[in-house]
Design a protein around this ligand. Structure first.
Ligand SMILES: NC(=O)c1ccc[n+]([C@@H]2O[C@H](COP(=O)([O-])OP(=O)(O)OC[C@H]3O[C@@H](n4cnc5c(N)ncnc54)[C@H](OP(=O)(O)O)[C@@H]3O)[C@@H](O)[C@H]2O)c1
Length: 389
């Protein structure tokens, strides 16, 4: 009761003064706004700059936009991989420094004549593009967005206070990032746990068998199963990397006899790179892009995100492994196919405690006897290391 009383009092005392005295909040809001302005400046200002400041023909702006696009297309993946090991805040600092260099080159271009101006502005666009590519994976990473930092980490109390009284600040400063990312929100890569479960929440029975699932599928109407396959095909098309635990890998290996027929792996999963978590030495499947890893899921997730190059990351299972990603705030979505079966015991769907604050039902569909549920996962506050440090 005391705690609630104190929190209420704190909220009532919030407002301009409390928010403006909160340095981490101000710093993050300023950083957020700065990054948004930097990232939109090329689209908004380049044509005007070419015409008005450099007095060059407008087609030069078109050429410069091509200069901006082509390196992104070819260089994003290697650059993401190169910086995958760095903390998000370091990557943002680095891209900020590179951006500063590009703006200096733009400034230089406006002070020199003719060919020198074109050379300088071209170089500025290349450097600008490098800055964009460096910060892209961090800013596009749902958890590492500065907005999320502000909302979920150090500034949470300040943002709550600001929301109570400073609607304009909330909308103008914090939401600015959402406006700028609204266009790409639909395509931002997600880490998804797509799994089939029994009605009582198990993904395999006590003998690690999925017979109950196959029986339910066989009993289902033909069109329902076809729709289910379509749904998986559609889901898998957007997957750029996948991870599974040792038991799941061993099950697939044995069930599909992959050591005898290794091509089947390719038939199912194409060239999508896979990570198998194990403490043991498991047999690799010839020709399959599989890495065997162990320990903390975060660095592996960074490798996966880099390899996925903008596509989704699929956590195949089991539940404990998905839980390790959830613990670190890395899980964005849970997609469950509920089969008409109860097992009483077995491998749990997700042996973690998450509540309504963390789980939002975003889709609910029926397909014959199967139900499809999609939950967006909000990382619990404080999950994982502080990305600011
Ligand atoms: N219904 C579905 O859609 C669905 C989906 C996926 C899986 N499944 C089934 O569900 C069952 C899953 O079983 P499960 O949850 O026990 O297994 P799991 O996640 O597939 O494997 C657990 C094992 O993975 C290894 N592991 C996990 N985290 C690790 C880490 N951080 N570092 C190193 N190794 C790590 C450990 O293996 P070691 O220490 O032994 O090496 C651990 O015993 C399987 O039978 C699978 O076939 C069903």
């Amino acid at each position: 009761m005391d705690k609630t009383g104190q929190e209420n009092t704190g909220a009532a005392r919030g407002g301009y003064r409390a928010a403006l005295a909160d340095r981490p909040f101000l710093l993050l809001t300023a950083t957020n706004v700065l990054f948004v302005l930097c990232s939109v400046s090329l689209e908004v200002l380049l044509s005007v700059f070419v015409l008005r400041a450099l007095h060059q023909p407008v087609w030069l702006a078109g050429v410069l936009f091509a200069v901006n696009t082509i390196p992104s297309a070819v260089g994003q993946t290697p650059l993401s991989a190169a910086f995958a090991g760095l903390r998000p805040i370091r990557v943002l600092q680095l891209s900020g420094a590179v951006w500063a260099v590009s703006f200096a080159l733009f400034w230089l271009a406006s002070g020199v004549p003719g060919v020198a101006a074109i050379a300088s502005v071209s170089l500025a666009v290349v450097v600008f593009t490098v800055a964009e590519m460096i910060q892209g994976p961090v800013v596009n990473d749902r958890r590492a967005r500065t907005v999320h930092l502000a909302l979920q980490h150090r500034c949470e109390p300040a943002v709550d206070r600001a929301r109570a009284r400073l609607r304009w600040l909330d909308r103008v400063a914090v939401r600015t990032a959402f406006v700028s990312t609204a266009c790409d929100a639909a395509v931002v890569a997600k880490t998804q746990y797509l799994v089939a479960a029994s009605l009582d929440g198990f993904i395999a029975d006590q003998d690690n068998s999925l017979e109950w699932l196959f029986q339910a599928e066989a009993a289902a109407r033909a069109e329902a199963t076809a729709a289910k396959e379509d749904r998986f095909t559609q889901f898998f098309r957007a997957v750029g990397a996948m991870a599974m635990g040792a038991t799941t890998y061993e099950w697939v290996l044995e069930h599909e006899k992959l050591l005898d027929q290794p091509d089947k792996w390719h038939d199912y999963y194409g060239d999508v790179p896979s990570w198998v978590f194990t403490h043991r030495q498991l047999p690799p499947i010839p020709g399959a892009r599989i890495s065997f890893v162990s320990g903390d899921v975060r660095p592996v997730h960074e490798q996966m995100t880099a390899a996925a190059a903008g596509q989704n990351v699929w956590i195949v299972g089991g539940g404990e492994l998905a839980g390790q990603f959830a613990d670190q705030g890395l899980l964005a979505e849970i997609i469950i196919t509920i089969a008409p079966a109860t097992l009483g015991a077995g491998a749990p769907l997700l042996p973690r405690r998450l509540g309504t604050a963390e789980l939002t039902l975003t889709e609910c569909r029926q397909d014959g006897p199967f139900a499809y549920l999609t939950y967006a996962v909000t990382p619990p506050p404080g999950s994982g290391p502080d990305p600011l440090t």
